[in-house]
Design a protein around this ligand. Structure first.
Ligand code: PLP
Length: 387
């Protein structure tokens, strides 16, 4: 996936001068607190130590922030998903329901523990997991539901957890894209029997790599710890330096998420007149989403340009807008999954999703207006772009 647009991609078609000639803002951003941590780690010599108290501090912060009992840090969000499945005792022959339109690594993590993915559809409104489709897909071998909050959208977790309880299933909630978001009044990642966070290099809390598993259950935490430890050593750890780099970011998370949301709201207004581009979220949403990506439903017929060309033109204007995921049933061999419901919306999502990378959302309102202007400009030039 290309998140580094080259403004030189389509210069002739759009008049030669991109709206944002400098391209998208760099990520991670050059925060002075990060430099301070790096200097301190070097001066005090703990950057290369097994233990320096930073992981403990991060765990404590995450525990309080999420109001959840157990936090385990690890090397990636992907690994946290796999660890979560293991800790939930998902095994050979079990089925795990997930959205057909989801982060592709989740499908593979289910296979990694020997289970079978059951693919279900997404909601037409925000292309996140559909509860009706989940209900339809539950079968005798189903053990778990994996629910990811994607591109600023959120899965209705209260109802999902109720459904899971009724059917005797466990829930893994993937909040890798939604750290700090509120979902039905609680932090994303705290509704599931396991919740997952990611601290990957492009994420809202960034340590280059890293992840966390959260759970309210002592037995699940203990099983996860058993998988994570080999003779007292962590198999796939988060380092002390990574934890230290995350701490100042944690303190600024709510403020930044609020700024992102304010900017997304103004983007929604500014895009109202652009045909064929609709955001996953609505401006009157009372809860606070978090935006690792801003999901957009792109309608080729209404915009009168292919998604590929429209996004290429947006990147040429200097904005990091890319295609979303491919629907799993399109990308994977049928013998590797069971189809649990119609996958019509998910297929539409795979073909029609556009996602904006988050760094621009902490820039000024002017930058966000320029982004909306770019969409209008690309639409206005659609005939010459198509020619
Ligand atoms: C929804 C979701 N889950 C899991 C992951 C994996 O996280 P990591 O990159 O830390 O392995 C990602 C990464 O983008 C993601 O978007």
């Amino acid at each position: 996936m290309n998140t580094n647009p080259r403004p030189s991609d389509l210069p002739a078609l759009l008049g030669g001068v991109p709206l944002r000639p400098q391209g998208p803002p760099a990520w991670p951003s050059a925060d002075p607190e990060i430099l301070q941590v790096l200097e301190q780690a070097y001066r005090e010599g703990w950057w290369g130590k097994y233990q320096a108290g930073k992981c403990e501090q991060l765990e404590a912060w995450l525990r309080t922030y999420h109001a959840i009992e157990h936090i385990l840090l690890c090397g990636s969000g992907n690994y946290a998903v796999e660890l979560g499945l293991l800790a939930l005792k998902i095994d050979q022959g079990d089925e795990v329901i997930l959205a057909d339109y989801d982060y592709p690594g989740n499908f593979l993590s289910i296979h990694a523990v020997g289970a079978t993915p059951v693919l279900v559809d997404v909601n037409p409104r925000d292309w996140n997991l559909s509860l009706d489709a989940v209900r339809e897909a539950i079968g005798p071998k189903t053990k778990a539901i994996l629910a990811s909050h994607l591109h600023g959208g959120r899965v209705a977790m209260r109802a999902l957890v109720e459904l899971a309880r009724e059917k005797g299933l466990v829930v893994l909630e993937d909040a890798a894209q939604a750290v700090g978001a509120l979902v039905d009044g609680r932090r994303a990642g705290t509704w599931g029997d396991v919740g997952v966070l990611s601290f990957g290099g492009s994420k809202l809390l960034s340590a280059g790599r890293g992840g966390a598993l959260m759970t309210p259950h002592a037995d699940v935490a203990q099983r996860a710890r058993n998988h994570l430890l080999r003779a007292g050593n962590i198999v796939c750890p988060l380092s002390e330096l990574q934890a230290a780099l995350l701490l100042p970011q944690c303190l600024g998370l709510d403020k930044r998420n609020a700024l992102r949301w304010a900017n997304v709201r103004s983007l929604i207004d500014a895009l109202a007149e652009v045909p064929g581009v609709r955001l996953f979220v609505a401006a009157n949403d009372a809860e606070r989403p978090a935006f690792y990506k801003v999901g957009m439903q792109f309608d080729v017929a209404a915009f009168e340009l292919s998604r590929e060309l429209a996004l290429k033109a947006m990147r040429a204007e200097g904005f990091a807008v890319d295609e979303g995921f491919i629907a799993a049933h399109v990308a994977r061999a049928p013998k590797r999954f069971r189809q649990g419901s119609s996958l019509v919306e998910s297929e539409r999502a795979g073909r029609g999703c556009a996602m904006l990378h988050h760094p621009i959302l902490v820039e000024s309102m002017e930058d966000v207006r320029a982004l909306a202007l770019a969409w209008r400009r690309v639409h206005a030039h659609r005939l010459s772009i198509r020619a």
